[in-house]
Design a protein around this ligand. Structure first.
Ligand code: NAG
Ligand code: NAG
Ligand code: NAG
Ligand code: NAG
Ligand code: NAG
Length: 249
């Protein structure tokens, strides 16, 4: 090892050791509830008090309003109706469409850089709103007529089958909505999309990159808001920089 590197290495060991403090995982990473939803690691419940440090992934903090858990994406807000800790999936519901019999989706779901991905249980619908012209052979959405404008819904991809008609050009807006496969019948999209949208869609979560090593050593990832740094909380109460495994910290 070169001298400067060696010094740096020694320094980092001292820093890590000095930073170790004793915390109790069962209290610090304790599960909580919001309505009927159990919230546990890597999810956590945001509290009214301004938490400086929490146990879980930073993006997975849930607000609890009127017994409803809300997850905030960079551009949208969703209600979390289920968290499955065995298969690592969550069910999300677009708050804008709640309780509407003929919901008009406003935006595509955008996962940004969140450690989330679409589930294989999902199904995509393509909406074309307020089309000024349209092939007469295709059935429009009855509840969305506006003057001479009509709106349409397809299983994503199927719109290409309408004899080369350019939907993007003739319609005001194109929105892709994800629903659960189980909740929609392809043969009755027009009458079924409203109910399906009220049931939400499923996303799988992945390990946050910074937390993988920690979790593999049976630790919990904690985040310090102020420094934006993750640390690893171990079952014996130690907090380590990366991992609870002896010899790797
Ligand atoms: C951690 O906290 C729980 C609940 O308060 C308590 O029962 C347990 O004894 C504590 N464990 C340690 C190691 O302090
Ligand atoms: C939530 O957790 C409690 C205690 O661990 C458990 O009894 C209950 O069945 C859970 N509820 C749900 C909806 O999973
Ligand atoms: C639905 O669309 C998203 C992108 O908008 C894509 O990542 C996902 O794979 C699609 N799901 C299905 C079942 O086609
Ligand atoms: C169609 O456009 C009108 C006028 O801008 C608007 O009020 C209506 O909500 C739109 N309909 C849809 C389904 O986007
Ligand atoms: C939604 O995504 C489609 C492509 O998948 C795009 O054509 C459309 O413009 C997007 N709509 C919005 C409102 O961003």
């Amino acid at each position: 090892m070169s001298k400067p590197f060696c010094a740096l290495f020694a320094l980092s060991i001292i820093l890590v050791t000095c930073h170790a403090q004793t915390l109790n995982t069962s209290t610090t990473c304790e599960p909580s509830k919001c309505g009927n939803l159990n919230i546990s690691y890597p999810f956590w419940k945001k509290s009214n008090t301004n938490v400086q440090e929490f146990c879980g992934y930073p993006e997975f903090g849930l607000e609890c309003l009127d017994d409803q858990a809300i997850m905030i994406f960079p551009t949208d807000r969703y209600q979390v109706t289920d968290i499955n800790y065995d298969i690592h999936s969550i069910t999300l519901l677009d708050i804008d469409v709640l309780g509407q019999p003929c919901p008009r989706a406003r935006h595509n779901v955008s996962l940004h850089n969140l450690p989330l991905s679409f589930s294989s249980l999902d199904f995509n619908l393509s909406f074309y709103f307020n089309c000024s012209s349209y092939p007469s052979s295709i059935q429009h959405i009855g509840c969305m007529k506006h003057d001479k404008y009509q709106s349409y819904v397809f299983k994503t991809g199927d719109e290409a089958e309408s004899n080369g008609f350019d939907w993007l050009r003739h319609c005001e807006e194109h929105v892709v909505v994800t629903v659960k496969q189980d909740e929609i019948e392809i043969s009755s999209l027009i009458t079924g999309f409203g109910d399906a949208m009220q049931k939400g869609f499923v996303l799988d979560w992945m390990r946050a990159q910074d937390c993988a090593v920690c979790e593999e050593s049976n630790g919990y990832c904690r985040f310090d808001q102020a420094t934006k740094q993750s640390r690893c909380l171990c079952s014996d109460g130690r907090t380590e920089a990366k991992s609870c495994k002896k010899g790797t910290r």
